[in-house]
Design a protein around this ligand. Structure first.
Ligand SMILES: [Zn+2]
Length: 682
């Protein structure tokens, strides 16, 4: 029996990973699509008058098998990919996109939903049921349900083709990332690298089958690139690595992402215009809190102007540091993108007497995992028990049973923290199973993926402060899904508007640096001593350090994303030129690269989700800065009244309420932008 089609009697209904092989997916997808089609047909063509139950609830409950298989496939393909998985993805991503496109274009089904939506206030529905009806109705309209027959066909074909292009784009990035490795074989090439960078580089070499103990490998995982950029005193190697990092996705030939991007942009524009929008940005933003490109640009520019000025001052300070350190005159223009991390670390050390290598011994991964569980327990009353008896899809993934303080089941949490060559880059949270109340109450299975550099087997893995924030960030997303208490999966957990989805994750980062958490969990890996108060104080005093750089490298990407998707003609588009001219138009300060250049900007081109929406992190940061301020005003980061409100209105509510109403219910008023700017020192 194909394990993907069998019922799963595993603990928590976890996928039976040991039985699932790539070969099972083909048959499973085919059967599950067929089953879903029949269910949808049954709903659309039933003789009974449309009701909320026989149409919306039935539609919500249809396709359970397909969802289970898709979630399993997508997760395994991201965390543990292989040639087999990539081949399946190539074949099935367009088939699945086509399947979903045709459901949205099912005329009798839409007619039922449309008729219910037109008399929504007479149906006697509660707020959440009304939300579900409105949400599905909007999903259908945005997927072309109101178009005429020939436009529908174009729309569906475009969706199918887009799925193909997204897959190809991601596979090209993954290919460029996994193929590159900078092998360091000479002693002189290791100059400046502290022990933890060396041991991570040695682990990467072992993972890639390089047995010679003198060989170290720097990969294109961000956790490998950034420390090398900070510590290496070999400017030539930093430049070489920077070059490889920047040119992912634009190797000329069959794996070049630039032609794919052009086609994606054309198809998106055509779809947006079929739906009556001027361009894709208008379309994408009409289903967000921000609502319009103007509102997005206004926010981005509020941060951009002061960030540019701050970055210029920062570059000058870096040049001074370089001059003092080398004895050779450095002007601001001499500080290039591959120098920035290196010299900013030196400036941080000089001005705040703080360096990364001093912090790191206190940030043990295992201890910080306990810290985030403790924070979740104190804020939201949840408990995490290790389940070493459960085996996930990889030996290094750990499983945790999550319960509330009365011992009721909340869900299962999988933690997959280490970089592997067959793993997608970056950090993300996703579900193997989503929370829902329908058709049966179901608790979620959540996975957090990170790409931390693993220490050798006999040593604890140590994180940078940025890594530790990422750990907390993804766990914030995880809690959004774990704590969800919604009636329907479509509205549950992370299925909120995209400029709200980063609020629960980003606000959670704030608890990492609370003194009572650091005192308890940031302990030296050798002496077990708590982090000295002076070091803690220095960390807190550097929170606005280098924020000109960080804001610039991010906002530049968000502005380019927005203006790219506001274009209405891509025939003549030259992507390199667009990027160059776009950056020059916004006055990009020198010495800083884009955080993601367009040819490997997976947020924009591996799906539609973040297209024209890379701004969402800054939008959320406005909510976060102002939201966390509420705890500071109370003088207690664990204030029970506030944390209860945050849990109820944000983490539990999903999309069952309007996001601004949810924020106001927690905070007592709308957010202001100023707190975010102040927090960044802008
Ligand atoms: Zn996030």
């Amino acid at each position: 029996m194909n394990p993907l089609l069998a019922s799963w009697s595993t603990p928590f209904g976890m996928p039976p990973f040991d039985l699932i092989k790539p070969v099972h997916f083909e048959e499973a997808f085919a059967k599950a699509i067929e089953e879903h089609d029949l269910q949808v047909q049954g709903i659309a063509e039933q003789a009974d008058e449309p009701s909320f139950k026989n149409t919306l609830v039935a539609f919500e409950n249809a396709g359970q098998l397909l969802k289970r298989i898709s979630l399993t496939f997508n997760n395994l393909n991201a965390s543990c990919s292989s040639e087999d998985f990539r081949a399946i993805e190539k074949t099935w991503a367009p088939v699945l996109a086509c399947h979903h496109a045709h459901i949205f274009l099912n005329a009798p089904l839409f007619a039922r939903i449309d008729s219910l939506n037109s008399k929504i206030s007479t149906l006697g529905l509660d707020v959440e049921d009304q939300k579900l009806l409105r949400r599905h109705h909007t999903d259908f309209v945005r997927a072309g349900a109101r178009l005429n027959t020939s436009d529908r066909k174009t729309f569906a074909n475009n969706s199918t083709r887009l799925a193909q292009l997204f897959t190809q784009f991601s596979q090209n990035v993954l290919r460029d990332e996994s193929q590159f490795q900078m092998e360091l074989t000479e002693e002189s090439e290791l100059a400046g690298l502290p022990d933890f960078v060396l041991s991570a580089a040695r682990s990467a070499a072992i993972e890639r089958g390089l047995k010679d103990p003198r060989v170290h490998v720097i990969t294109l995982a961000r956790a490998s690139v950034t420390p090398f950029m900070i510590f290496s005193t070999r400017r030539d190697l930093r430049q070489k690595l920077w070059h490889a990092w920047c040119h992912r996705g634009e190797q000329p030939g069959e794996h070049d992402n630039r032609p794919l991007i052009k086609e994606i942009l054309k198809l998106r524009l055509q779809q947006a215009q079929l739906l009556g929008f001027k361009h894709f940005a208008d379309f994408a933003l009409s289903d967000t809190m921000a609502a319009t490109p103007e509102a997005v640009r206004q926010l981005l520019m509020r941060a951009w102007q002061p960030a540019k000025e701050k970055a210029k001052q920062e570059r000058l300070a870096l040049a001074q540091a370089a001059t003092e350190s080398t004895g050779q005159l450095h002007k601001a223009e001499d500080i290039q993108a591959w120098d920035w991390h290196h010299w900013s670390e030196k400036v941080r050390k000089a001005t705040h007497d703080l360096d990364e290598a001093e912090i790191k011994p206190y940030l043990q991964l295992d201890s910080l995992i306990q810290a985030m569980f403790d924070v979740a327990g104190r804020l939201f009353g949840v408990r995490f028990q290790p389940r070493s008896d459960l085996a996930a899809y990889h030996a290094r993934v750990t499983c945790w049973e999550v319960t509330d303080d009365q011992g009721h089941e909340i869900g299962l949490f999988l933690s997959d923290n280490f970089a592997r060559s067959n793993k997608r880059s970056g950090a993300w949270m996703s579900n193997y199973r989503e929370q829902t109340g329908s058709p049966l109450p179901t608790r979620p299975i959540v996975v957090n993926n990170n790409n931390f550099s693993s220490a050798p087997p006999d040593q604890p893995t140590l994180l940078s402060l940025d890594d530790a924030k990422t750990l907390f960030h993804e766990f914030g997303h995880g809690l959004h899904s774990l704590l969800s208490q919604c009636k329907y999966a479509r509205l549950a957990g992370i299925h909120v508007l995209k400029d709200f989805v980063e609020f629960p994750s980003q606000i959670f980062e704030n608890w990492l640096l609370q003194p009572e958490i650091m005192n308890r969990y940031a302990r030296h890996f050798v002496s077990n001593q708590a982090m000295p108060a002076t070091l803690m104080k220095k960390i807190l005093s550097t929170q606005t350090f280098n924020q000109g750089f960080s804001t610039v490298e991010y906002v530049a990407c968000a502005l380019l994303d927005l203006s790219l998707h506001e274009q209405t003609n891509f025939e003549m588009l030259d992507l390199d030129q667009f990027e160059r001219e776009g950056l020059s138009m916004i006055g990009m300060p020198g010495g800083i690269g884009m955080r993601h250049r367009l040819p490997h900007f997976s947020h924009l081109f591996s799906s539609n989700y973040y297209a024209s929406a890379y701004y969402v992190y800054l939008w959320a940061d406005v909510l976060v800065a102002d939201g966390f301020e509420a705890f500071l005003e109370k003088g207690d980061p664990f204030d029970s009244q506030l944390s209860a409100a945050l849990k109820k209105h944000v983490y539990e509510a999903g999309a069952s309420v309007d996001p601004m109403e949810a924020f106001i219910a927690f905070r007592g008023r709308e957010p202001t932008i100023e707190t975010m700017l102040r927090k960044r020192g802008l």
